[in-house]
Design a protein around this ligand. Structure first.
Ligand SMILES: Nc1ncnc2c1ncn2[C@@H]1O[C@H](COP(=O)(O)OP(=O)(O)OP(=O)(O)O)[C@@H](O)[C@H]1O
Ligand SMILES: [Mg+2]
Length: 298
C-alpha cells in the first residue's frame, strides 16, 4: 500500500481532478456516478436502482455496483438471486463476468450479506471497486455506485473517484446535516467540489423549496462548492413494500416521472451555478412532468 494520505492517493488516481479542487467530468465515454448521502436510510439504494434502470430504458448499458459490501440490498430490492459472488471475486476465484447478474443491458455487481470473513478483514475494498471501474468502463455507458451510509474514507474515495456525485437528501435535519458534512469533507479533504443533489421523500412543493433554499444558502455561506439540484422524489406514503414495487414499475407513476425528470435535468447542459449564486430550477412535483420554472434566485 502506498504511503500517500488518502487525499494524495485519490488525487493521484484520478487525473481529472484539477489542483484547485474542482473536479471535471472525464473524457472517457463511460460516466461514473456515486450515489451517497452520509446518513443511512435516505434512499441511496432506491435512487441508484431506479436511475440505473431508467438509463437502460434510454438505451444505455449500465453497471450498478453495490458498494455496501456486507449489507448489500440491491439484489433483494430487484428480486434477483441473493447468492452474491462478490467474495469469490475478491479472492480471485472467479472472473468479473461470472460475478455479475445480467438483465439485458442492466448488470449488477451485488455484494455480501453478513459475510464473517469479509467482516474480519480490512481489504481496502474501495480500491477493488476502482480497479473494476478502470477495467470495465469501456464496456458500459454508465457505472453507478450505490455507496454505504457513513462518512468514511471508503465513501469519500469512491465519491471522489467518480465523475459525478449524486447526494441524496431527505427533509429531516439529520439527513441535511450529514449530507452537508459529506460535501464539506469531500471538499476540504479530497478537493472534490461539485455535487448533484436529489431530494427524496418530499411531501410537497413548499417543503422542497424550503429544503433547497436552506441547504444551498448554508452551503453558499460555508462551503466553496458547486451544487446542482436535480430535483425531488415524492414521499410515497403507502407501505414500504409497495414503494419498492412502485420503484420497479416501468412507466406511469409519480415516482417514475420524478426520476425521469431527474435524469432529464442531469443531461441538460449547464444545469447549475456555484453555490455562491445559485438559481435553482425544479419541475413541478405534483404533475411529475412539470415545466421548468425559476423557484428562486438568491
Ligand atoms: N421516496 C420514498 N418514499 C417512500 N419510501 C421510500 C422512498 N425512498 C426510499 N424509501 C424507503 O426508505 C427505505 C430506505 O431506502 P433505501 O434502502 O433506498 O435507503 P439507503 O439510503 O440505501 O439505506 P442504507 O443507508 O441503509 O443503505 C426503504 O424502505 C425504501 O423503500
Ligand atoms: Mg442502501
Amino acid at each position: 500500500m502506498s504511503r500517500k494520505t488518502p487525499g494524495e492517493w485519490l488525487l493521484s488516481q484520478n487525473s481529472n481532478f484539477s489542483r484547485n479542487g474542482v473536479s471535471c467530468p472525464t473524457q472517457r465515454p463511460c460516466k461514473t456516478i456515486a450515489v451517497s448521502s452520509g446518513k443511512g436510510g435516505v434512499g441511496k439504494t432506491s435512487v441508484a436502482i431506479k436511475l440505473s434502470k431508467l438509463l437502460v430504458e434510454r438505451g444505455e448499458k449500465v453497471l450498478l455496483i453495490d458498494c455496501d459490501y456486507n449489507l448489500s440490498n440491491t439484489a433483494v430490492k430487484l428480486g434477483f438471486p441473493l447468492e452474491s459472488k462478490f467474495y469469490d471475486l475478491l479472492q480471485s476465484k472467479i472472473e468479473f463476468d461470472e460475478a455479475i447478474h445480467k438483465d439485458g443491458n442492466f448488470h449488477l455487481l451485488s455484494a455480501c450479506n453478513g459475510n464473517v470473513d469479509l467482516f474480519e478483514k480490512d481489504l481496502g475494498l474501495e480500491n477493488l471497486i476502482i480497479d473494476i471501474i478502470s477495467a470495465h468502463n469501456e464496456d458500459y455507458d454508465s457505472i453507478i455506485l450505490d455507496c454505504p451510509a457513513g462518512l468514511t474514507k471508503e465513501v469519500c474515495t469512491l465519491s471522489g473517484y467518480c465523475d459525478y456525485r449524486f447526494v441524496v437528501i431527505t427533509p429531516d435535519k439529520s439527513s441535511i446535516t450529514d449530507s452537508y458534512s459529506l460535501i464539506k469533507v469531500l471538499g476540504q479533504r479530497f478537493g472534490v467540489r461539485e455535487h448533484h443533489l436529489i431530494f427524496n421523500k418530499i411531501s410537497n412543493e413548499k417543503q422542497y423549496e424550503r429544503l433547497t433554499k436552506t441547504f444551498l444558502e448554508t452551503a453558499s455561506l460555508y462551503l466553496d462548492c458547486r451544487l446542482n439540484v436535480l430535483g425531488a422524489i415524492p414521499f410515497f406514503r403507502q407501505n414500504v413494500d409497495l414503494f419498492d414495487r412502485e420503484l420497479l414499475k416501468v412507466a406511469g407513476s409519480k415516482i417514475h416521472n420524478s426520476f425521469n425528470n431527474v435524469i432529464d435535468r442531469f443531461t441538460e447542459e449547464n444545469i447549475g451555478t456555484s453555490a455562491n449564486s445559485f438559481p435553482i430550477f425544479q419541475r413541478g412535483l405534483d404533475s411529475g412532468l412539470g415545466q421548468k420554472q425559476d423557484v428562486q434566485s438568491l
